[in-house]
Design a protein around this ligand. Structure first.
Ligand code: C2E
Ligand code: MG
Ligand code: MG
Length: 746
């Protein structure tokens, strides 16, 4: 662009130094002016350049004088910092270097073209437009040798070379360069100071002697120390642990070799709190490699550290009990296995499952349940060594790794203690509650040599402990593994069985012992699996309970049995009452009433013709909850029977409160009477107790006339067993209902 730049207003240049009579040579005046400018501290930076060009233009009566510097790092153009044209100040303007005499000035340091300068640079529009004849340019060079720009004096007339040109303009150029250099350093210093002040990172500068020299605002806010409190003191005052001066050896060594160290450190705040920081330390040297100081930049990373730790905790620990979770257990178990392998040692993996915990949760709420889990964790830990691992691996499941155990009897002793400590009462809602646990044990290397097989085998053993009556432990045996596989397969088959209608019902008659009248039928479920084999309920009911399938199955049984019973009624067949078994799992379900109501309603069977059997052991696992459910069902008009009575040692206190109508003595007590005196005594006692509570008593599994006669003698009310009738499909029962037999014949 070849236009003369616009002028900044019409401000006439006001010279800082008065013109004089002209008697003295311009060179002298120029030098005096330069000296005066230099003395006057108020003319800093660009003002200094402006004054110089104004003065040179005026003194030497030239049309143009300017100072231009590189505006950017490309160094392909120049920008005027001060420009005086025909006595007026011109606004800054930028021009390309190439093809200008300024380019030559930067190369040759000085360029003097006394006349016809525009012809010498024909490609440069500027030269022509400003009609420049005489040109003198001096490079502005920093003390470091770096070129900063140019000082130019030019005129529309030729410039006569006299003795002023080189020395005077040379001096001006040097002085201007010095000023520009200083201005640049000032700018950089200001920038550095601003960064120092506003940095969110704490910055501390220490001497080679590790004494603190300077700190910034962030240092104060992070450490709590004021600058005046720390300056002059050794930097170790901030360290979390060290007392020796200087940096830890490894850091110092890295600084000495690389000049920089980056890492994490623990530091201490003014109030004593220890915190983690991310720190960068730089060693600053002078050109002769003398250490000047260390600059430390640091940020407080406690928040990040906390978050990382939290994530780690969440991933590896159970939030309720703060015990390791399944992930960490596997890790620790692997570690223990490796350790035991190296030392040819032995270890035990214990799997614990609380008995009846769901009931606690349902009865007292989840926070009470959590409280029990926490207490269980604490109690388990209290009986173990520090090296043992206790983990919570599921709802009410815990696992323990016992390392360095001698023989199996050592594990037995520990398990005895664990059972004992878990059984101690837990106070919930002002009441004392008891929880027990079943423990499965797998030994390394005896029962498995890797994490997965030990976990699997301890689980199978735990299942066995549950099966054999809970509140006990069981050592793994290979047989259990087979059983576990079988259970898994059964569960799969059971799922399909419902859809494929593989279930059916059988009914077994119950008689009044005194009159011989048929007083009821018990519905018993039968399963013919896809291969056509009959699977006994003793095998599939527990699997259905464990997998939760019992809820659906139980609902089907209720509907089906009620329909059948109503069908008999409609045919005028009198079966007395219909008994249906209800599993503990169903009994705990809040939906049970609705299911019962629906079965009654859809079939039309009156509620008082239905009797629900719930086993004594289930009732006793959660007597409060059971009582509540019983009342609700009773209120509907449904009768209740405690099945398999005698095995779970019910307390009289509970029995008195339960709204039940009948006790059914477990068949195992009937089997050996009257020969077995103990059983005979138990049966008599149950009957007497039942009667004293106003309950009817039924005996199940009656197979012989001797048993029947004994029961009659003790006053037992009702009987059920092969002696009187096997469980038969509904159709077969029709016949029985029509024609007898009845007890009178036996
Ligand atoms: P339970 O309720 O105590 O039923 C009595 C069991 O004794 C039945 O076995 C019956 O066939 C058998 N039994 C009857 N009389 C005699 C006898 O004189 N001698 C012998 N040794 N046994 C006799 P089953 O049908 O195999 O049922 C076993 C258990 O499975 C039942 O015991 C009950 O607890 C459960 N069960 C059966 N069906 C259902 C059901 O639909 N729901 C639930 N929750 N459980 C059921
Ligand atoms: Mg029963
Ligand atoms: Mg029974």
């Amino acid at each position: 662009m070849a236009v003369l730049p616009s002028k900044t207003g019409s401000t006439q240049i006001e010279l800082g130094i008065a013109e004089d009579s002209g008697e003295r040579r311009p060179a002298d005046r120029a030098l005096e002016a330069l000296a005066a400018l230099t003395r006057n501290a108020s003319f800093g930076g660009d003002q200094f350049s402006a004054r110089c060009v104004e003065f040179l233009a005026a003194t030497y009566r030239v049309a143009y004088a300017l100072v231009a510097t590189f505006p950017d790092e490309s160094r392909t153009s120049l920008e005027t910092r001060a420009f005086c044209a025909d006595g007026e100040v011109v606004a800054p303007l930028r021009y390309e270097l190439s093809g200008t005499p300024c380019a030559d000035v930067l190369i040759h340091d000085r360029v003097f073209i006394p006349s016809d300068a525009c012809s010498a640079y024909p490609k440069n529009d500027w030269m022509a437009q400003l009609a420049i004849q005489g040109y003198y340019g001096a490079a502005l060079t920093a003390p470091s040798g770096e070129r900063l720009g140019v000082l130019v004096v030019a005129d529309r007339q030729p410039i006569v070379k006299d003795d002023w040109i080189h020395p005077v303009l040379g001096l001006y150029a040097d002085r201007i360069a010095l000023e520009l250099g200083r201005q640049r350093v000032d700018g950089e210093l200001q920038l550095a100071a601003s960064v120092f002040r506003h940095s969110p990172q704490g910055i501390m500068i220490t001497g080679p002697d590790h004494r603190i020299r300077k700190v910034n605002d962030a240092f104060r806010s992070i450490t709590g120390w004021q600058e005046k409190e720390v300056v002059g003191r050794l930097d170790r005052m901030l360290s979390a642990g060290r007392d020796d001066p200087g940096l830890p050896d490894d850091i110092q060594a890295e600084l000495d070799s690389d000049g920089i160290w980056v890492g994490e450190l623990w530091s201490r705040r003014r109030d004593g709190e220890v915190y983690p920081e991310q720190r960068t330390i730089v060693a600053v040297y002078d050109p002769d490699r003398r250490l000047l100081h260390y600059v430390s930049m640091f940020s407080d990373i406690s928040a990040e550290k906390f978050a990382t730790e939290r994530i780690h905790r969440l991933a590896h620990y159970d939030a309720t009990t703060e015990l390791p979770n399944r992930v960490l257990l596997q890790d620790r178990l692997l570690h223990a296995i490796n350790h035991a392998t190296r030392g040819s040692g032995r270890l035990a993996l214990l799997f614990l499952d609380l008995d009846g915990f769901k009931l606690i949760n349902d009865t007292f709420g989840h926070s009470a349940g959590d409280e029990v889990l926490r207490k269980v964790g604490v109690r388990l830990l209290s009986r173990l060594r520090k090296a043992d691992v206790v983990a919570r691996i599921g709802g009410d499941e815990f696992a323990i790794v016992l390392s360095d155990i001698g023989q199996a009897s050592d594990v037995q002793a520990i398990c005895d203690q664990l059972l004992e400590v878990i059984t101690e009462p837990y106070e919930l809602g002002g009441q004392e509650n008891r929880v027990t646990t079943s423990i499965g044990i797998a030994l390394f290397p005896d029962d498995g040599s890797d994490v997965q097989s030990l976990l699997k085998h301890a689980d199978a053993a735990m299942y066995q402990a549950k099966e054999s009556g809970k509140n006990r432990y069981a050592f793994y045996e290979p047989e259990m593994n087979r059983k576990a596989e079988e259970r898994l397969q059964l569960t799969r088959q059971l799922r399909d069985a419902m859809e494929q209608e593989q279930f059916s019902l059988c009914y077994q008659p119950q008689y009044d012992l005194a009159s011989g009248r048929l007083v009821g039928v018990e519905a018993l479920t039968r399963w013919r699996d896809s291969s056509g084999a009959m699977v006994p309920p003793t095998r599939f009911i527990t699997v259905a309970e464990d997998s939760g399938l019992i809820v659906n199955l139980g609902e089907w049984v209720l509907r089906e049995a009620c329909q059948h019973a109503q069908h008999w009624r409609e045919q005028g067949l009198d079966f007395g009452r219909l008994s249906v078994n209800v599993s503990g799992r169903q009994f705990q379900d809040e939906g049970l009433q609705a299911v019962v109501a629906a079965a009654l309603e859809s079939s039309g069977l009156p509620a008082d013709r239905l009797e629900l059997e719930i086993t004594e052991s289930w009732v006793m696992e959660g007597p409060y909850r059971a009582e509540k459910q019983m009342r609700l069902l009773n209120d509907m008009g449904v009768n209740l029977v405690i099945d398999d009575f005698g095995v779970a040692h019910s307390s009289m206190a509970y029995l008195k409160r339960f709204p039940v109508q009948k006790l059914k003595i477990n068949g195992s007590f009937i089997r050996d009477i009257p020969a077995d005196a103990d059983d005979a005594a138990i049966v008599s006692a149950i009957i007497a107790m039942g009667h004293s509570l106003g309950l009817r008593v039924v005996a199940e599994g009656v197979e012989t006339t001797e048993q029947s006669a004994f029961l009659r003698g003790t006053g037992c009310d009702e009987v059920q067993g092969f002696l009187f009738g096997h469980p038969v499909p509904g159709d077969e029962l029709n016949v029985l209902l029509l024609y007898g037999p009845n007890l009178a014949s036996s």
